[in-house]
Design a protein. Structure first.
Length: 258
């Protein structure tokens, strides 16, 4: 923005005020135009961000629908693994063909996306969106990240539970100590799957487009539930809740510091 001096000497107060008025009006017009362009730019950014988040949500709804089918299948398979190891504990050396269910180790999942939300954070677009909208989106993406974290936990437990297969895949060759370890890990695995199913339900409660199992459907898959599985489930949920409180406290502390 440039302000040019008068083209001829100013000789009266009237001319002084005229020139000052012209300069002032010009500056106000320029500043107004600049602010208007910036407002339009921010408005465009918000529109693009909303479209990206809506697309990401649409994709996540599809992913969760597929994941729900995978989860139901895995809960049945992994419950079968637990029953196999419990049977082996009572009947050591049983051939794999005579176990209650064919042992299958398999985990598949479609991670839910959050790149549009991360981009909105990094570009500062959220500062130009209504606070209520930002808080609602933040709550949804917290649930999305929780579901993703649950899935990673399931995968990690399954990896540990299947380590015995590196040396020998025949369950009938496992020692009593190995069988006890597998029962413990499969119990943790089922508890983690239940936690995942419940958190998917929380996401469905937040946005009804997402698919999830009802509490009755979860119990149908799990029933009858051994006492140690119930205890493990509550232990996982309590640990998750404690970690959630810790993370929120750290986040609040950081916001106060800012």
């Amino acid at each position: 923005m440039e302000v040019h001096p008068p083209t001829h000497p100013v000789s009266t107060w009237r001319e002084v005020f005229i020139h000052l008025g012209i300069v002032t009006v010009g500056l106000l017009i320029a500043l107004g135009l600049e602010a208007g362009v910036e407002w339009q730019h921010h408005r465009h950014q918000v529109e693009v961000t909303r479209m990206a988040i809506a697309k990401e949500k649409s994709d996540n709804v599809i992913y969760q629908r597929h994941n729900l089918a995978l989860l139901q299948q895995e809960m049945v398979r992994d419950r079968g693994l637990l029953e196999d190891f419990r049977y082996l504990k009572q009947h050591p050396g049983t051939a794999m063909a005579n176990l209650p269910t064919p042992p299958v180790w398999w985990h598949a999942w479609n991670p839910l996306g959050d790149s549009a939300w991360k981009t909105a954070h990094e570009t500062g677009v959220l500062a130009h969106m209504p606070r209520e909208e930002v808080q609602r989106l933040e709550g949804t993406y917290d649930l999305v990240n929780t579901v993703n974290a649950d899935q990673l936990n399931v995968r990690a437990i399954m990896r540990r539970a299947g380590e015995y297969r590196v040396l020998d895949q025949d369950l009938s060759h496992l020692s009593p100590a190995q069988i006890d370890r597998e029962i413990e890990l499969c119990t943790q695995l089922m508890a983690a799957l239940m936690g995942l199913a419940n958190d998917m339900g929380d996401l469905r409660n937040d946005a009804t487009e997402f698919a999830a199992l009802s509490s009755d459907e979860i119990q149908d898959v799990m029933a009858p539930m051994p006492p140690e599985l119930t205890a493990a489930f509550h232990g996982v949920r309590d640990a998750t809740a404690a970690e959630w409180v810790k993370q929120n406290a750290e986040l609040a502390k950081g916001q106060v510091g800012d």
